[in-house]
Design a protein around this ligand. Structure first.
Ligand code: MV4
Length: 449
């Protein structure tokens, strides 16, 4: 097992990885920008190294500075967290070229899944259901017309190098196709330096359901069930649940079986998440994320497994000590992402937190790097706390969430806490009756009142 792990991240996720390391007897190295010198992840780590000025490209994305920090501190491995360098295949290669372990998938698999066309082709070959669409990247407008006529309108043009909602254009009929094709290509070229695009039938009211998997380097692949991440606004998730209020255990088992067989065939390793759209009782794969995700705690709460410890054990070459049949799902978990943003306009609200009080009690978990007196810097993501609750049933989890949201205090800055309280009180949310479009409309309705 590793003696020392460098955590190439900040905020609550750096803390999350630190906690797993501590419990495993592994020392930790924090890296930080000058803006984060007094951040909680720096305070808790065994050692810390300043890697540059506030802008992320000069610090948390500065691969040379991070690799130097690993060398001078004698770290054995690097955990990238999520965001920043977590899905950068070249960084994973550099880490391995320096004789360190990258706590994540192989560079080849990171690269494959970063190319959304290659990811879909791999999943199709392995028998995972897809959204109907072009067999690969589109080679011409004529091909786009032919595929669209075949699958039927409306259709979506997506960037091969995109993902997470960037570079998508809808065409509701043939008259809109040429414009969508041209704009999508131009935007993809500007954003990613790659104008490859592909086409899919547009699903108009899906849920966003993702499946958590782990694979060791000895051929065992297991899944930890699904998360329902439909409650998002502009591709930023606000609330996530495990399991999905819409799925049966039989649907989860069937999907899990298909996916674990596919990833075993692919030789995938470490943690991964497969994203699906679910509509009319059918799953369609859209993308795979080759990292730990922000919302992983809801899965941990229902499975009773520490996913970060498992990632570290896998990277050290250990075997998963269990099979799929050993993984059981207990109760229901919900996460609220609390951000330093105006709860109506979503404008970022960095600044000093005068009072921070975290809720507690049975079934309540708070992953946060906040403390009273902490100044939320303006340079990074606005996530300040993840409030995660677990209950024996979804109803109990909701009651517990309402109570915990009432206890929680973040004073001095505006946060999305009031919005989370309103969501939890909404009858449709309580019934689990929502799609990916629900939150956008909910926010608009609240602002109109
Ligand atoms: C789609 C779709 C409808 N039909 N693909 C957006 C993010 C990216 N991961 C894929 N996305 C979508 N792909 C087809 N064929 C609708 C979305 C989408 C979405 C997906 C998941 C969660 C929130 C979303 C919000 C808007 C659009």
């Amino acid at each position: 097992m590793f003696g020392k792990v460098l955590i190439a991240n900040r905020g609550e996720i750096a803390l999350r990885v630190h906690r797993a390391c501590q419990e495993m007897g592994i020392r930790t190295v924090a890296v930080h920008s000058t803006a984060d010198a007094s951040a909680m992840h720096v305070r808790l780590a065994d050692e810390s190294v300043c890697i540059g000025p506030p802008p992320a490209r000069d610090s948390y994305l500065n691969t040379a500075a991070i690799l130097s920090a690993a060398a001078i501190t004698g770290a054995d491995a690097i955990h990238p967290g999520y965001g920043f360098l977590s899905e950068n295949a070249r960084f994973a290669e550099m880490v391995e070229a320096h004789g360190l372990a990258f706590i994540g998938p192989s560079p080849e698999h990171i690269r494959m899944m970063g190319d959304k066309v290659a990811a879909k082709e791999a999943m199709r070959r392995l028998g995972v259901p897809l959204v109907p669409g072009s067999p690969g990247a589109l080679s011409s407008l004529e091909e786009a017309r032919a595929v669209a006529a075949d699958v039927g309108y409306p259709v979506l043009i997506k960037a091969a190098a995109g993902g997470g909602g960037r570079g998508m254009k809808v065409a509701r009929g043939e008259a809109e196709l040429e414009e969508a094709y041209r704009v999508a290509r131009a935007e993809a070229r500007a954003a990613f330096g790659d104008d490859s695009v592909y086409l899919e039938k547009y699903l108009d009211r899906p849920r966003h359901i993702e499946l958590q998997v782990l694979a060791d380097t000895h051929g065992t692949v297991v899944h930890f069930g699904e998360r329902d991440c439909s409650l998002q606004r502009r591709h930023q998730k606000l609330v996530e649940e495990a399991g999905s209020p819409a799925l049966s255990a039989a649907e989860r088992d069937a999907l899990g079986g298909t996916v674990t067989r596919a990833l075993a065939e692919l030789g995938y390793r470490n943690a991964g998440t497969l994203e699906f759209l679910w509509q009319d009782g059918r799953f369609a794969f859209i993308e795979m994320n080759t990292r730990l995700q922000v919302e992983h705690p809801v899965t941990e709460m229902v499975c009773g497994i520490d996913l970060v410890k498992e990632q570290i054990r896998i990277a050290a070459g250990e075997r998963l000590g269990y099979r799929q049949s050993d993984i059981r799902f207990h109760g229901h978990a919900i996460e609220c992402r609390i951000t330093a943003e105006d709860p109506e306009t979503f404008a970022p609200c960095p600044g000093r937190v005068t009072t921070y009080h975290a809720p507690g009690g049975l079934g309540v978990r708070v992953d946060s790097a906040l403390y009273s007196g902490y100044a939320v810097p303006p340079h990074y993501d606005s996530l300040v706390a993840k409030l995660v609750v677990h209950g024996a049933t979804r109803a109990e989890a909701i009651a517990r969430l309402r109570r915990a949201l009432d206890e929680m205090v973040v004073d001095g800055i505006r946060t999305t806490l009031p919005l989370h309280r309103a969501i939890v009180d909404d009858p449709e949310f309580r019934r689990g009756d929502y799609t990916i479009h629900w939150l956008e409309r909910f926010v608009a309705r609240r602002r109109a009142e």
